[in-house]
Write a protein that binds this ligand. Sequence first.
Ligand code: PEP
Ligand code: MN
Length: 241
Amino acid sequence: MAGPCGVESPGQVREAAALVAAGGARVLRGGAFKPRTSPYAFQGVGAAGLDWLRAAADAEGLLVVTEVLSEHDARAVAEVADLVQIGARNAQNFALLRAVGATGATALLKRGPGTTLEEWLLAGEHLLAAGAAGVVFCERGVRGFDQATRHLLDLGAVALLGPVMGQPVIADPSHAAGRRDLVPHLSRAALGAGADGLLLEVHPDPACARSDGPQALDPAAWAALARTLGLSARRPTEAAT
Ligand code: PEP
Ligand code: MN
């Protein structure tokens, strides 16, 4: 799963979709609604971005994962998304979990930076109890003591949830690292620990990104990582021919 942090314009997501599809991604990511630490930072383009994202993904044969911030938007997001993302800040927002579950969607549930494994699993139970079709757990780093690597990507949790407990689990090295040069290394480490997939921030022009530019892979870095992961060789369209 790859794409920009935020949906910025129809052109930006079209470009991003073509880029990630060419590398072999299956799912396009991008937030129309952005949870930002500062109220003065870019908050996302809102509902219009959902349609831009869906159209861009459809044009490339990709699925869509996008974040929902409020229970009021749960239905609208579930209508366009193949996976409804619950962000780290909302990992224990039970009203939101119930509202997303009630749509019958499959949820991508990020782990909160201070959420224990048990709390994370129970948040997944909230989604399923409310009616979610499924839950994919996404490890994106917990709060450690050292800002040098931003968050601590908990690969023990990936191994425990995935290979040991048999739950679908992916890793988001972009938000864990906060800087693009760590992302390829953490990606390989997460897959080594048993992650079923990755959620990666990729931007056609990271220097101009309206959010999370420093951690976004640029087109060359994305192409290189996709190659080392052998993604393009596993494209479903190629496998079918
Ligand atoms: C995101 O995926 O863009 C995001 C905001 O992630 P997180 O909730 O993990 O901070
Ligand atoms: Mn982001």
